[in-house]
Design a protein around this ligand. Structure first.
Ligand code: HEC
Length: 183
């Protein structure tokens, strides 16, 4: 936390946010301010699907419409962006191998393995418990179970793997979101 950068009211907000974050975090979980976007499957834009045959899943990628309306390829994603990655199990043959259709596509089922969310808000980077070199700008991450309940895990790997994607505002599929914003 870089509280020394702030003074007065902003410092107090940063302190309060820091205190809220450290509450309830056990050594094996990472605190997060990212909430489960309950209605994402209905109200968010499905902007891409990524097949992972080796992991027997298809990932459904969603962005919230409020952010999509403000997206520009020339700027980082706006504050308030919420990105959801929902992993669907695929249909398997009797030998446990993923089935494909005539076009060679995997067959996602309605069974969801897990839901990963990343969201950004103003000043989150300044008020999270990470040292600055681990910050992903103002993004924070969260992991949820299929029913939307929190999956209490360490989130360091999310930050570490997305960190080199800084050029695309820490996303891997940011270009797909830019494309979706033009449709
Ligand atoms: C080992 C690298 C790695 C780790 C660890 C990782 N991700 Fe990702 N993430 C990716 C890749 C690669 C994609 C693009 C989709 C794909 O190819 O699977 C992605 C995509 C995403 C997306 C869709 C937006 C985007 O960046 O394109 C979200 C949301 C996301 N990850 C959240 C998380 C969360 C939450 C965690 C931790 C629980 C996490 N990720 C951990 C590599 C990683």
């Amino acid at each position: 936390m870089r509280i020394w950068m702030f003074s007065g009211v902003i410092g107090a907000i940063a302190l309060a946010a820091g205190a809220a974050l450290s509450q309830g975090a056990t050594p094996d979980t990472t605190a997060t301010r990212v909430k489960f976007p309950a209605d994402f499957a209905k109200s968010f834009r499905l902007y891409d699907k990524v097949e992972k045959a080796d992991r027997k899943i298809v990932r459904y990628l969603y962005v919230n419409p409020e952010a999509l309306a403000k997206v520009s390829a020339d700027a980082p994603f706006p504050n308030g962006t919420v990105l959801v990655m929902e992993d669907h199990e695929v249909a398997l043959d009797t030998a446990g191998k993923p089935l494909v259709d005539a076009a060679g596509k995997l067959q996602p089922t309605g069974r969801v393995k897990g839901i990963a969310v990343m969201a950004k808000e103003l000043m989150w980077g300044e008020t999270n418990p990470f040292p600055p070199e681990k910050d992903n700008g103002d993004w924070e991450y969260a992991s949820f179970k299929a029913d939307g309940s929190p999956n209490p895990i360490k989130l360091d790997a999310c930050y570490a793997c997305h960190l080199p994607q800084k050029g695309l505002d820490f996303t891997f599929t940011g270009k797909k979101i830019h494309e979706a914003s033009k449709k």
